[in-house]
Design a protein around this ligand. Structure first.
Ligand code: ZN
Length: 162
């Protein structure tokens, strides 16, 4: 399967991804491919819709150990707390960054590639990456989480480069 990163304003980025009913070979293969794509693009995370697959699968690079990454199936933020600012970017909006306010601490639940239930309690960068990627599963981009004027300016800046 040849996958490539979908770039804004690709309509796939606005679609709500479907739940994964069964975790099999196809899903494991997809997660591996996504990890490879994320690494070669120097990203911190990636969601399946970003490579044109409408499934609730995300991956996140391990922020402490660069050689490992986690894959999460049907991830959900079940608890969140605090406020943090961070300058976010996105592989689907190359060249754009903006300060985005998000909760600093989250509990995310989902399944790993073996179908086992996972519960991740985390703060800081990983918490941010997980929230950003889960947003992608709902068709939400980081530019939706900033002020209207700044969003318009960023989209103009981006479109002028297309
Ligand atoms: Zn993104």
């Amino acid at each position: 399967m040849h996958l490539e990163i979908k770039v804004y304003p690709d309509t796939m980025l606005r679609k709500k991804a479907g739940s994964v009913k069964k975790i099999g070979k196809e899903e494991r293969r997809l997660a591996c491919d996504m990890i490879e794509i994320m690494r070669s693009a120097n990203g911190l995370g990636l969601a399946a819709p970003q490579v044109g697959i409408s499934k609730r699968i995300i991956i996140a690079g391990d922020t402490e150990n660069k050689s490992s990454a986690i894959a999460l199936i049907n991830p959900v933020v079940v608890k969140k707390r605090g406020v943090s600012h961070f300058c976010e970017g996105c592989l689907s909006l190359p060249g754009l960054t903006s300060d985005v306010v998000r909760p600093d601490w989250v509990i995310v639940e989902g399944f790993n590639l073996d179908g086992e239930k996972l519960k991740i309690e985390t703060a800081g960068l990983l918490a941010r990456v997980l929230q950003h990627e889960i947003d992608h599963l709902n068709g939400v981009l980081f530019i939706d989480r900033i002020g209207l004027l700044r969003r318009k300016r960023l989209i103009r800046q981006f479109s002028s480069k297309l």
